[in-house]
Design a protein around this ligand. Structure first.
Ligand SMILES: [Zn+2]
Ligand SMILES: [Zn+2]
Length: 325
């Protein structure tokens, strides 16, 4: 059925036989299907892996596209520059594209990773970049950071500044340097007028106070949003959207599911934050954008919408927010 499935989706080992010979045994969500390795001949090198593979481009999604060419499945937050992709980056990115993902925004987290994000955007037509310094990296970023970011913005495929913000959960950089660089970069965004991508972990109040100070001057998204419904409503008033990833599929994600239920779909975006936060039931594995439909599916369930509508709406939101064409 699909010649591109030549590798075990679990460990990426090559199958000795072509995927066309595998049986598709059950339909999970209409987009994703389970396929089973039927005989020992078909085992990948590391054993009998049974795994869903995102075949939706061959299924519903393809039909959806035929109906409306403008529909786009967009991952607004990914880290393909991460070292966990060092061994097979090109293959994964190719697989992601084949799985039907239309656009990916690769988010910088340091100067080095911002540069790599731009390089990835240059190399792959469907990848775009955001450039910025993550709170984890503020203690080590060079003094001329803003000049470098300014230079990187000259590339047309850079769509946003990010990710920037505060992380009081890990505290990898001291809080003073986090605050200082968050403020510097917010001033910078106000200046250059790009959308901003905000990382807020256990720092809801300070992040909200910060974006309030830039009301009317800066807008963008809170990625992996983990705040309350009240905070979400405040952000909407400030023209921010919220992106959600694998966390929505975790059973202990009640708050995040409540936020999704309460806010209009017009403010919701899809993300993976890959290689992190892989959606259920693949939680312990490395994440990539081909899992996006699992997130769309969960949001559809929470909001009582169809998966197609969630993909369509979130795609439109992403286009509007980041000026994606
Ligand atoms: Zn983040
Ligand atoms: Zn991230």
């Amino acid at each position: 059925m699909s010649a591109e499935i030549e590798r075990c989706c679990m460990c990426r080992a090559r199958f000795p036989k072509r995927a066309a010979e595998f049986d598709f045994v059950s339909d999970l969500c209409g987009f994703a299907r389970v396929f089973v390795v039927p005989t020992p001949d078909h085992l990948c090198e590391r054993g009998s892996h049974i795994k869903r593979f995102m075949l939706y481009k061959n299924l519903k999604y393809k039909r959806l596209k035929e109906r409306d060419k403008n529909i786009m499945l967009i991952d607004v937050h990914a880290h393909y520059d991460d070292k966990r992709f060092n061994d097979d980056r090109d293959e994964v990115i190719k697989m992601v594209k084949e799985s039907g993902v239309d656009r990916v925004i690769n988010c910088g987290s340091s100067i080095k990773s911002s540069r790599t994000s731009v390089d990835l955007a240059k190399k792959y037509d469907f990848i775009y970049a955001a450039v910025g310094v993550h709170p984890h990296d503020t203690a080590r970023t060079p003094e001329n950071t803003l000049d470098i970011l300014y230079d990187l913005l000259k590339n047309k495929k850079v769509l946003a500044v990010g990710e920037i913000g505060l992380d009081f959960f890990r505290d990898f950089s001291d809080r003073d340097s986090q605050r200082w660089w968050f403020k510097q970069q917010m001033d910078f965004v106000a200046d250059v007028q790009y959308p901003v991508v905000i990382h807020d972990r256990d720092a809801h109040k300070e992040c909200l106070d910060m974006v309030k100070k830039y009301k009317g001057m800066v807008k963008g998204i809170f990625h992996c949003f983990a705040g309350s419904v009240e905070m979400a409503r405040e952000l909407i008033k400030l023209d921010y959207m919220m992106s959600f990833g694998g966390v929505v599929t975790f059973t202990n994600a009640k708050l995040c599911q409540e936020v999704i239920r309460e806010i209009p779909i017009d403010y919701i975006l899809l993300e993976t934050d890959c290689p992190y936060l892989t959606p259920h039931p693949h939680r312990s594995e490395r994440n990539d954008s081909s899992y996006l439909p699992l997130i769309a599916e969960k949001i559809a369930e929470i909001k009582n919408m169809t998966v197609e509508d969630v993909i369509y709406k979130t795609g439109e939101n992403a286009k509007r927010c980041f000026n994606i064409t």
